[in-house]
Design a protein around this ligand. Sequence first.
Ligand SMILES: [Zn+2]
Length: 133
Amino acid sequence: MSKSSSTGSEKRLRGVTKKMLPGLRRQLEEERAQLRGQAEQLEADFRDESWKERRSDDEAEIGSAISERERAMSLAQHARSQLAVIDEALGRMDDGTYGACVECGELIERARLEARPQSLLCLDCQRARERVR
Ligand SMILES: [Zn+2]
């Protein structure tokens, strides 16, 4: 595995090799476990209604308890949506379509998949999507 790689041509490689899949899958599974833990923790946080029982008349305190819950909820939603993407990437590994862009069907840049194994879009489609937002 010590093949000289300073040519820069690797950047243009697309898709994944069979050999790469176990490592990428492990990365995804680790990230999934971590995100799931985070999401569950955050969801427990915003289900926690003990702040209501404090019966505080301090509006600032109530306000901050509420915004704290809203923050936890949006972070949990974010974690859940990331989980869904990871699940989709893992599913695509199972059905053999992993590495192809879900939008245009072209193979995704390999460096991109290595950096972010849950990528479902090639760089061009990702950029196009970001422009639309
Ligand atoms: Zn694409």
